[in-house]
Write a protein that binds this ligand. Structure first.
Ligand code: P6P
Length: 345
């Protein structure tokens, strides 16, 4: 059951904690919430409204776009461009930043988003989500550039995701813990149902795309092999594995019951000149903010993701996040490798 606190009420009460808050941020968040409600409705209706299947185009990442990738991107732009809270937006689906149309005022925030993460699942009716991150515009808010977005994750004002699953949920942090809201379809409102979400520090569950195992670096291979060795192995425990191919769903499971999510660097990506699979600005950073605020840890294996200085809007990074003690162990395995390579040199 819930106490009936709507996300709007929650955001306004959060705003009261921030002195000289103008209400801009609250209004921006409400516009983001509206966009997620619209996307939820489209996802829920799927084939009934002809939004499944391929758009017949590719995004800046060279990935084929689903119709709903393009539609969801447009929904986010239309919901957030008009109110005067944003200086610009950036999305996985657009190569360049999106300038606010001239007929609308510009604001002091920057919004990055992945409008439909995990969209390869949409045609097979598996959970997908939206990820977003809010930064302050520190440069010229009247004429922002892509460089204005290149701030470390520690500069985020807010991060959140919507999960379009058996129920539609929104999970949000503004730096004061993590809270989850469930969409009550009868009244069209997100209701506070998961207050102060905390990730258990230990876990027996890991998530990785094991089909890439032959390409992994040694520390990740060591960690996964030990998990798979179970009670007879170095860990002396049996582990469980999950892989949904939808980061939002994996992170939500980890917030709910613990776990580790890994999309690590591998030799296949390195051979293509890639620096990872997941994108720093609108996947890794917002999810890292949420995970850290819930007591978890998020690393590339070699550095804290939130402290990375982005070098481009669509930069890719390795991601290892979740239950603190397991992520710490994986980072320690990377340190061991660095030390043994240094002593062998
Ligand atoms: P793979 C979805 O495309 C995504 O960006 C993440 O949501 C997900 O964790 C990962 O890629 C899935 O990658 O290689 O398993 O398809």
């Amino acid at each position: 059951m819930h106490n009936g606190t709507t996300i709007t009420q929650f955001i306004i009460e959060e705003q009261r904690r921030i002195k000289d808050a103008t209400g801009d941020f609250t209004s921006l968040l409400n516009d983001i919430v509206t966009a997620c409600k619209v996307i939820s409705n489209l996802v829920n209706h799927g084939a009934l409204v002809g939004v499944l299947g391929s758009a017949g185009s590719e995004n800046v990442q060279g990935e084929s776009q689903k119709k709903l990738d393009v539609i969801s991107n447009d929904v986010f732009l239309k919901s957030n461009e008009w109110a005067g809270h944003l200086a610009a937006m950036a999305s996985e689906e657009m190569e360049d930043i999106y300038h606010i149309p001239k007929q609308y005022p510009r604001g002091k925030y920057l919004l990055t988003f992945d409008p439909l993460d995990g969209s390869s699942n949409i045609d097979v009716n598996v959970s997908v989500g939206t990820i977003f991150s809010v930064l302050r515009c520190k440069g010229s808010c009247q004429n922002p550039k892509a460089e204005d977005f290149l701030q470390p994750g520690t500069d985020q004002v807010c991060a959140g995701y919507a999960l379009y699953g058996p129920s539609t949920m929104m999970v949000l942090t503004t730096g004061n813990g993590v809270n989850g809201f469930t969409l009550d379809q009868n009244i069209g409102e997100f209701i506070l149902t998961h207050s102060n979400m905390i990730i258990p520090e230990d876990t027996l569950e890991f998530a990785v795309n094991a089909s890439n195992s032959r390409f992994w670096e040694a520390p990740v291979k060591r960690y996964v092999d030990e998990c798979q060795a179970g009670t007879d192995g170095a860990r002396g425990k049996d582990f469980n594995m999950r892989w949904i191919a939808s980061m939002v769903a994996e992170v939500h499971r980890i917030l709910t019951r613990g776990g580790v999510f890994m999309y690590p660097m591998d030799s296949k990506m390195a051979s293509k000149g890639l620096t990872g699979k997941l994108r720093l600005m609108y996947e890794a950073n917002p999810m890292s903010f949420i995970v850290e605020q819930a007591g978890g840890m998020s690393s590339t294996g070699r550095e804290r993701i939130m402290e990375m200085k982005p070098n481009n809007l669509h930069q890719r990074v390795p991601v290892i996040l979740g239950s603190k003690n397991e992520v710490r162990r994986i980072v320690a395995y990377h340190d061991d490798e660095t030390r043994s390579k240094a002593s062998a040199a």
